[in-house]
Design a protein around this ligand. Structure first.
Ligand SMILES: *Cc1c(COP(=O)(O)O)cnc(C)c1O
Length: 399
């Protein structure tokens, strides 16, 4: 079992962040998972099955693409880690493949998940179809209306999508409903969480499953430049799973600068923002202690970003810790900066990125690097799902 200062302690804490703040009735479920996950995911049998599916089903290793025209523009060496080329179009499938295998090993027959924008719901429904497992996805009723194409995909994949009518009818309410379901079905049901959030052991579990991203970067860079690490890794941060996966293998190497892009929305000085690490205070959300945007009374502020995958009021506890100890830097990126970066990548490289990933691309003009440094940007997903937003921007720009 590899233990470093970047893995949580026995109670799930990274420094002061993390833990498992859960209702009494969830303790048996969480304890079963906590006591078994490391043994299972580190077993040879699991690793073989996991890597076979990543290879043959999702198409890994994803390319590490040297972006020549983008590099010329910024006078540096930019590589894109092409998570957008995964099956279902983003890194989320790495995690759902891993967790569905873990669920099988724990003898679970039924999978539940909650989803906001629907991307995690689709990735979960996909692996449940693959494994022939029952799948129930909780989704705020408002999100069901806003994310119709993903709802259709989930239904086509055989999942039951449950619209949640309580509260604001968005992600938080869907999460509460999924927790309630899990409490009521402790024996046969496994809850797949989609990012490095939630109670211990999820942040550690999801970080380890996504660490395949940085393991591959290391091998690919070594083959290309004869050095197994870059000078920079940059990634967007919603809950923080593609960033955790992209950073993981390099956390112990201080020569690698790690930069996260969080969604500033209309700006950190406005109320329309999701810049948790710039503005947040310590609080408890979704079962763990982390940074969180809240008002003076500790009420969670409804986050805003043009990108549905970054529109989250919290962040995984690992990132709050990495910021606190100065290991990673997190920079807010506005909607407009992300849109401009998406257009730039599309025109320079012929790659239409997800709006989330565009936030990481927008870091390039904000950093001061030295000539010849090697920069890796995690391209977490493809832009197909964002064409409505892009077309509005495009109409606006050409008038
Ligand atoms: C969900 C999503 C994200 C944000 O999630 P993280 O857990 O922060 O990685 C980023 N990019 C894409 C394409 C997504 O679908």
């Amino acid at each position: 079992m590899n233990k470093s200062r970047f893995t949580p302690d026995a109670d799930g804490y990274y420094g002061e962040f993390g833990g498992a703040y859960i209702p009494e009735m969830l303790v048996p479920n969480i304890t079963e998972l906590r006591d078994n996950y490391l043994r299972i995911i580190e077993s040879e049998e699991f690793r073989n099955e996991f890597h076979e599916l990543l290879r043959d089903y999702s198409g890994r290793p994803t390319p590490l693409y040297f972006a020549k025209r983008l590099s010329e523009k910024y006078h540096t060496n930019v590589y894109l880690k092409r998570e957008d080329l995964n099956h279902t179009g983003a890194h989320k499938i790495n995690n759902t493949i891993g967790q569905v295998l873990l669920a099988e090993k724990l003898g679970k027959k039924r999978i539940i998940a909650e989803t906001g924008a629907g991307q995690h719901g689709v990735a979960t429904a996909t692996v449940c179809a693959l494994k022939g497992l029952e799948c129930v996805v909780y989704m705020g009723a408002l999100d069901v209306d806003r994310q119709a194409p993903n709802v259709i995909k989930m239904k086509m994949l055989g999942a039951t999508v449950v619209p949640v009518e309580s509260g604001n009818k968005t992600l938080k309410d869907a999460t509460n409903e999924a927790m309630r379901d899990w409490i009521n079905h402790p024996d046969d049901t496994y809850y797949i969480i989609g990012s490095v959030v939630g109670p211990h052991p999820y942040p550690d579990l999801v970080s380890r499953l996504q660490s395949v991203i940085s393991d591959e970067i290391s091998v690919q860079l070594n083959a290309r430049i004869g050095r197994a690490y870059p000078d920079y890794v940059m990634a967007c941060v919603g809950g923080g799973s593609n960033a955790a996966g992209g950073f993981y293998a390099f956390l112990d190497n201080p020569a690698v600068k790690l930069i996260g892009a969080e969604a500033a929305g209309l700006g950190v000085n406005t109320s329309k923002t999701a810049a948790t690490l710039a503005l947040g205070q310590t609080g408890i959300l979704h079962g763990s202690k982390s940074k969180l945007i809240q008002d003076q009374y500790g009420q969670v502020i409804e986050p805003y970003s043009i990108s549905a995958g970054l529109d989250y009021p919290g962040v995984g506890p690992l990132h709050s810790y990495l910021q606190a100890i100065g290991r990673c830097t997190y920079i807010p990126v506005t909607d407009q900066e992300a849109l401009d970066a998406a257009m730039e990548l599309t025109r320079l490289e012929g790659i239409i990125p997800a709006l989330e990933s565009a936030h990481a691309l927008a870091l390039l003009p904000k950093l001061n690097w030295n000539p010849g440094e090697e920069m890796v940007i995690i391209l977490s997903g493809r832009g197909d799902k964002d064409m409505d937003t892009y077309s509005k921007y495009f109409d606006h720009e050409s008038h």
